[in-house]
Design a protein around this ligand. Structure first.
Ligand code: ACO
Length: 337
């Protein structure tokens, strides 16, 4: 029995905003953003678009890629809909996954959200795999979707230029392929970690039960994302390389066996530091931060879908995901395609 990714999909909102566009209203410039992060542009959701809208589009794309013209039929075969997000349509409930489940007509599926910030898809994939391995569930839809533009502090130029909105999706299935020995397939290892001592370094400060809005309070600004960029950067470089090594050790292989690494992309420099530490060429990593910026839980599934569509990824290839983010969380998956 193997847990395999059988289709992927993505959605980027149509509104594309370049660094030069941002520099018209924010005290920043293309040179600073590119040289400090590798970001050239990002996509933003429209005012009427919420996280579930992006998630739904990515899900439909994955369903269409799985069985063209049969999205509704496939949706009925789903046992689980899981959405990784840290910018839900509604705080607390309902889960974004429930809204997506309804819109897809996935009436046979259980639905819930995973909150692990930018590591969300890595966590959600492993949660889905565990749940498919147990009981009589066969097929799950795992989505990473975030609209951080709506919780960004637009007065903080050190964070507001970093994020974009997007959603990515994967359909995963319990199959009869072997999961051990030669010819094994699917998700073979996951590592999930948290360093909760760093929780305050990256957070949404208002609106939760720690710091709720008060009756009659007039808000000057919406809920804001706060990040201690330097602290998160230092955490990220170590977390990133630790996860890479841990996955290799679990499988007893070296990096030569890994075809591509699909990383979370918060800053190109974090990936470059990891590449240097492992002595790897930068093209070992599938990068799209230049086009999309940091799209939080969507980064890894969007990159996975883009990579899968390049034609470079063949059955039997080993790929690795590596994520890190708020929580602080970090982790990765090792997958035989
Ligand atoms: N445009 C122009 N100048 C800027 C900008 C900007 N957008 N932002 C900051 N600066 C200036 C600062 O004011 C500062 O100027 P000063 O030296 O005159 O005071 C200078 O640039 C350097 O600022 P730093 O904050 O020290 O810049 P740094 O090199 O640390 O880069 C960054 C900041 C890009 C945020 C980096 O720290 C980083 O990538 N951190 C990690 C982010 C991350 O991994 N997040 C995790 C995922 S997010 C999630 O989970 C939701």
């Amino acid at each position: 029995m193997a847990i395999e990714i059988v289709a992927t999909g993505r959605y980027l909102p149509t509104r594309r905003v370049t660094n030069d566009d941002l520099a018209k209203t924010i005290d920043t410039n293309d040179e600073w953003i590119r040289s400090h992060t590798g970001i050239g542009s990002r996509h933003y959701a429209e005012p009427e678009q919420a996280t579930s809208d992006l998630a739904y589009e990515a899900a439909m794309n994955a369903l269409e890629n799985f069985a063209p013209g049969k999205a509704a039929e496939t949706a009925l075969t789903l046992d689980l809909v899981i959405v990784a997000t840290s910018s839900p349509d509604y705080y607390g409930f309902p889960a974004v996954a429930c809204i997506v489940q309804d819109r897809l007509g996935a009436t046979n599926a259980g639905a819930f959200d995973v909150s692990a910030a930018c590591t969300g898809f890595v966590y959600a994939l492993d949660a889905a795999a565990g749940m498919l391995a147990f009981g009589n569930r066969k097929r799950a839809l795992v989505i990473g979707s975030d609209v951080l533009s709506k919780i960004t502090n637009w007065d903080d130029r050190g964070t507001c230029v970093l994020f974009g909105d997007a959603a990515g999706a994967a359909i995963i299935e319990r199959t009869d392929a072997p999961s051990t020995g030669a010819g094994k397939r699917g998700l073979i290892h996951s590592v999930l970690h948290a360093q909760g001592s760093g929780a305050q370094e990256l957070k949404c400060e208002r609106g939760g039960t720690r710091n709720p809005y008060k009756d009659g309070e007039t808000l000057e600004k919406a809920t804001h994302l706060y990040m201690n960029g330097r602290a998160v950067y230092n955490f990220a470089v170590k977390a990133f390389t630790d996860v890479m090594q841990e996955l290799l050790d679990l499988e007893g292989i070296t990096m030569e066996r890994v075809k591509k690494i699909i990383p979370h992309q918060a800053n190109e420099r974090i990936v470059q530091a990891a590449a240097k530490r492992f002595g790897l060429p930068e093209d070992k990593f599938f990068m799209n931060i230049e086009k999309y910026a940091n799209t939080s839980a969507a980064t890894i599934p969007v990159a996975l879908d883009e990579y899968a569509h390049t034609g470079d990824l063949k059955k039997g290839d080993i790929i690795m995901t590596v994520g890190f983010g708020g929580g602080l969380t970090y982790g990765g998956n090792l997958i035989v395609w």
